[in-house]
Design a protein around this ligand. Sequence first.
Ligand code: HEC
Length: 144
Amino acid sequence: MGFVMFFIAGCRNENSKIHSTDITVEKKNAKIETPEYLEGKKYFNQYCMACHMQDGMGVPGMNPPLVKTSWVLGDKARLIGVVLNGLSGDIEINGELYSNSMGSFATLEDKEIALVLSYVRQSFGNDAGPVTQEEVAKVRASIK
Ligand code: HEC
């Protein structure tokens, strides 16, 4: 009898453990899909996806990937500069040469650029900190 009671208690314990793990997973997803993240995703789909693709993998030989590149994860001012100025000339990304050109997105607002770049830095397997509106404004002022 004592053994049976112990067994039931053990089962209950196991159930509550599974339950709390589910909650942790839910919280994790909720954290990444903030309104800011979803707004950044919207701008990405609108302005960048046609060339860099929905999964950020780009088009081999034409449009470089945005997955774990030094441009995306590295110096934020340089990354902001790509969006404000566009980019052309030969660049090598992950061992592949790209020589197409990307136009300027200077007509977007600082906030839109900050949100789209934060989205890119936190998607496609990237895990880097966000870009703020102030950081975009600073780079914009320096190239005027
Ligand atoms: C018309 C196609 C096109 C669009 C639209 C476009 N890009 Fe690009 N992007 C390119 C090409 C082509 C290059 C490489 C340019 C070169 O070879 O010098 C590039 C390079 C880059 C790079 C640096 C290289 C790398 O792969 O890390 C980043 C970052 C980037 N783009 C981000 C963006 C973002 C963010 C948007 C949307 C706001 C965007 N691009 C929209 C075509 C595009």
